[in-house]
Structures are given as C-alpha cells and as structure tokens.
Write a protein that binds this ligand. Sequence first.
Ligand code: ADP
Ligand code: ZN
Ligand code: ZN
Length: 722
Amino acid sequence: MTRPATARIALNRPLRRLFDYLIPDHLELTPGQRVEVPFGRQTLTGLVVETGVQPPAGITLKPVRNILETWPALPEHTFRLLTWASDYYQHPLGECLFTALPPALRKGRPAREKPDERWQTVTAEAALPANAHRQVALFNTIKTAPGITSSALAQSGFSRAQIRNLQQKELITEVTTQQTPPITPEAELPAPMLSEAQQQAAADFPVDTQSFSATLLYGITGSGKTELYLHYLKTHLKADEQALVLVPEINLTPQTLARFRRYFGNRIQVWHSALNDGERLSTWLKIRNGDPVILIGTRSAVLLPFNHLRTIIVDEEHDSSYKQGEGFRYSGRDVAVYRAHLNQCPVILGSATPSLESWHNANQGKYTLIRLEQRAGGATLPQLELLDIRSRPLEAGLSRPALNAIKETLAKGEQALVFVNRRGFAPVVMCFDCGYLEECPRCDTRLTFHRRDRAMRCHHCDFQMAASHTCPKCQSENFKPVGQGTERTEDTLAEQFPEVPVIRVDRDSTQRKGSIQAILKKVNSGEPCILVGTQMLAKGHDFPNVTLVIAVNADGGLFSVDFRAPEQMIQTLLQVSGRAGRGDKPGKVLIQTCHSDHPLLNALCHGNYATIADQLLAERESGQLPPFRAMAILRAEADTMQNSLQLLDTLKPMATSPGVEIWGPLPAVIARKADRHRAQLVLITDNRKHLNRLLTHLCQYLDQTKLPGSTRWMVDVDPQET
Ligand code: ADP
Ligand code: ZN
Ligand code: ZN
C-alpha cells in the first residue's frame, strides 16, 4: 500500500472516543482537516486526528464522504495544543478540537467569507405598483446610495426577501467588485513617553520573540501596564507576526480597544462572545491565514489556529473568568503559557494582584518578575481603613459610619462605590457581636452552613451538626450567615439617598449589549452617584470621580471554606480600591469587618500585595494546598443526594492510592441547584502525572458504567471553586 487507507476522526460529541473510516481513493487526508462523514443516518462534520490507523478487526468501515477543504483547519501547533488540553483537563478530544472552530465551520459551512452583497439600480425609474411602498422605498434607498450592502439595508429595516424581489424584477443588480480593506501593518500614533518606572520595567521585558519565556508583570492599578503592552508590541512584534492579547470578559471596553486601535489600526481584531457567526468566521480566517493580526480576545481566543503567533499577553491574569466553568473546563491563562511553550514565544502575564499560582512560579524563578509600583501620571493610591462593625447595628449590611461617609462624599459632589461580595460567599455563620466562627472539632477548618437542612458541615471530613441560633461563645442572637441582608443594600441606599442615582453593576445588569457602556457613560459624567455592585466593579474601569469605596462584607471572603476565597477577596478589594482616586482627587476605602485585628486585613491596609501574596502562599504551603500540590474534583449530580454520594463512594476506593489525599465525598457548598443534588470528591497530590493517569482511569470506568437515570459526573482539573 502506498498510502494509508483509514482515518481516525473526531466528532463534536461529548464522547471519549474517536471513529474510524475508510479513505476513498480520490481523497488525501491530513490531521486537523475537516471532513464529512456518515454517522448513523446523519452526515456530520469531523476532524481528522490521524491516518493509517489499524481499525479493530471484524468491523466494516464506512468511507469518508468528502473533504471540506484541502488544508487542515487546525494547523499542527493548534492541533497539538488541543490534544494536550484534552488530556490535561480530561475532556473528550472531539469537543476540545471543535472549540477551536467558529460556529459556521462546526456546522460544516464553507471556510470562506460570504461576501456582503452590494447593490445598484438598473433603471432610473421603477415600474412598481403605487401601493408597494416598501419596494419603492427600497428601490429609492439603493438609487441614492449605489453600492449599499445587504446588511446595511437590513439595518434600515429591509428584508432579504424584499431585496430578492427587486432583483428578480431586474430593477436592481449586484455590484461585483469586492473590496475588503487590507490589513495595514503600521499605524500612526506617536506613543507617549514612558515614565522612568515604566522604562525600567520595559527594559526587563523579553527581547527574544523566537524562544519561550514567561514574564509576570506585577504593576499596581493604574501603573501603566496597558501602555507597556502597547510599547512592547510596537517595539518587538514584526510587521508580519501575530500576537494575542487575552483580556477578561468585561475588560473589552471601547476605551481599551480604541487605545490599541490608535497604535495598530486595523491590525487589531477582536474575539468575544458578542460576535455573530459571520464576524467570527471572518476573524478566524484571518488568524488561520497568518494575517499579521493582533487579536484582543477573551478566554477562547487562546485556542484559535494562529499560524504565526509570536507574543501572548494575558492581562489581569488573576481573573477568574479565564477558567471555563462548564464543559471543557480549561484555564485560558494556563493554556496560554503552554501555548507559548509549544510555539517558542514569550508570554507576559500582567496584574496588580497576580494569582498565587503565578506568584509562586515567579518566586521559584520559572517566571521573570517585573515590578511596577508607581501610578502613571501622578495619581496616588487610595487610603484603606478598617471599620470594625462588631456590635454595631447594620442597615441592609451597612453601618452608620459607612452611611455617613457616603453622605459626606456626595455632599462634596463626588461619587461613592459600594462593593458587596457575592463570590466566595460560601456560607459561614458568624457572630456579629464577638466575631466568633464555628470550627470543625476534628479539622482546622470552618464549618459551612447548609441552609436547606440548617446543618453545619465540615468540608474536609464528614463531621456535621445542627446549626445553632445563638453564638456559642457570647450567647448573642446576632449569630447568622455572613452576607445575609446585603440583597437589600441597593434599596436601602436608594431610600437613604433619594437625591442621587443608585446604579447597580453586576452580572445581571450588565448582560445586555451596551449596558455597561451606558453605565460607564453615566459614571464618567462625574455627577454624584452611588455605584453598588459585585466583583464586576473590580474589573479594569476608570472611575475618576469615585473617591469613596465601601466594602460591605469582607469577612465572608476571608472566612469562607473555599481555600481560594481569601486570595480572591484580597484581589477584589485591591482591584475595587484601584477604581478610586484615579483622577486628581485622592480616594478612601472603608472595609467593614468584625475582625479588625485579622493579619491579612492589616497587611492590606499597611502593606502591599506582594507581602500579602507571600503570606497567603505560606498558608497554602503549610496546608499543602495548590499551587504546592495539584488538585482535581470529581463532581456528581443526580435527582437525590444519595445517588450523587453513592457514585462518588464507588469511585473513592479506586482513587485511593499512595500520595493522594481525598476529601469527601461530600455535598457541594451549593448542594442543590435547579433541583439537582450535587456532591464532590476532591483529590490532592504532589504527583500531577499520577493524578492525570488516575483521572483517565476513573473517566474510562465511568464511561463504561451504566449510571442510574439522570446521574451526571464531571471532572474539574485545577478547580477554581471547591
Ligand atoms: P494599567 O493597565 O496598569 O491600569 P494604564 O496603562 O491603563 O494602566 O494607565 C493608567 C493611566 O495612566 C491611563 O489613563 C494611561 O493613559 C495613563 N498613562 C500610562 N502611562 C503613561 C505615560 N507614560 N504618560 C502619561 N500617561 C500615562
Ligand atoms: Zn473536619
Ligand atoms: Zn458571639
């Protein structure tokens, strides 16, 4: 045989297996290429994984129906990256590979842009019935704007059918010359002079774009990190090279984009969830073609088939939105580092509050650390103060001194920001009079409050007890879950300050396209107002007239059972604080707490993030938690908690092996969601390879096991929430 006659194909299915087909004589296949294959009665789009495979004996293979293009949609590097990610995150290869295709190509559409048709009129006057108002209006629109596109007409309210109708009547015709603007490699704007601190930082950036290096840029909020990225790309990226700038979901603000466009013109392309299928395909093709694109994109952009990628930047690298929370649970940041390694190019991770993972890597010398600890343009960092709320009456979570501070701020014509912590709001019960928190008598951890059965449970062992109504230490009745009552914070503020707008910023209020822009516009007008919101407020915005920040319930984050919660709380507090005092007025931050002697909170007020990160890392090390050991969670959900726990109980003995610590199985912190009962089994080990093999084995077992009814399971490697 001169060439392989069989191919192994991946399908976009949640199946941990591939499918073998015969290659008909007239077809040539290479890995990464799109094909059409018969599957049952359907024809599906597949991706070639390998050719020349030995199919299992005794099976008659069906032939591949067709190829969709002659070239591989996923070039070698991208293909290898996804194969690695599939194995690392234990997610079916087919679904991983298909993540790198735009929706149109997943559905088997051709890999070329559907040109937007342009129209012109053929006759001077249209012989149309007088009552065909829309037809006449359409004809006149095209007549006054020859060359107008179908999409522009659609935006003016004309349908495709109406356009076709005029075309069939031979009143209009398509303009055939197609001009898409070429990507211009150079832009116009002169860059601002870097400050001295920035120049020093810039000097430490990697010079060599042809080999792997990882750099952690630790630069306080407003220190000019973005300016440095721009400077770096301008200096080091060659005119024919591609770069990727990853940003968290919400950071893709028009301002950021405009800044990049000013430097690089239409070399800048974007990738985020609000693009339509056509836009995605168009950008995907440019990337696949190797056009010298600088792509600014969210998480999934890291999986795209770049052909000539020479620099990766991950902005706000600590941000939790880099981790996909369902399905293929990859971390965009971690995949970016692996990709740079595979590609032999630099990766730069930037943040004012680096993740402990990256901080640890910098400490170990795996990443080069660059520090930038002055704000650019002369702005000062805000002052942080603790506000002890023990024994103080709260109104919807807010203390009197906090309300007074808001009042003063508004009276000065300035803006206040009220931050309510929701995330990491793993329910701990605390005494608001003495600060007492209930701990597990067997472990050194706090107990979690489970609202449904009013039980207190340990997250590590199986200890549980009924929740008390009064504080076991001081008998106060002010003994309740942290965060309770904050749902009403917004209402209370609106009642107390009826004369100013109270603007809510959270996932719900920013979901609609353009809503965040509307909010920003209102805030940037500078008029006095109160912003109330969640983590969303922490993300990269500039609010020059915000001079006061109140953190309502910091304790919920500090004392959560989730070991990552303190890190996230500190990061969020610093990021939120970083929104204040960006203009020429200094800012103040008040943190409400029942634990004003807590070392972390004190470090936050008097030290810097670097010290806190070291402190948090020391705690992780003594607990032998990530990043000092690797972690994975097996999650189960079912109609009853018993079924979920039972499944994990079966897995536990299989997972038990030397060097692997196991927590659980236990009900998840949010034990019931949409009537599904959720439980988890946590595996921790210092041998990542062993963990990977163990998970592969468990997945294989689960795949071959018939589970009762609606029981589902999933694996989460390097989980962000425990
Ligand atoms: P970061 O990304 O660290 O938050 P930015 O790059 O957005 O910081 O810079 C913060 C602010 O300072 C921006 O308004 C930016 O335009 C300004 N800035 C940054 N570098 C300089 C500089 N060298 N000269 C003048 N202004 C600067
Ligand atoms: Zn315990
Ligand atoms: Zn008490």
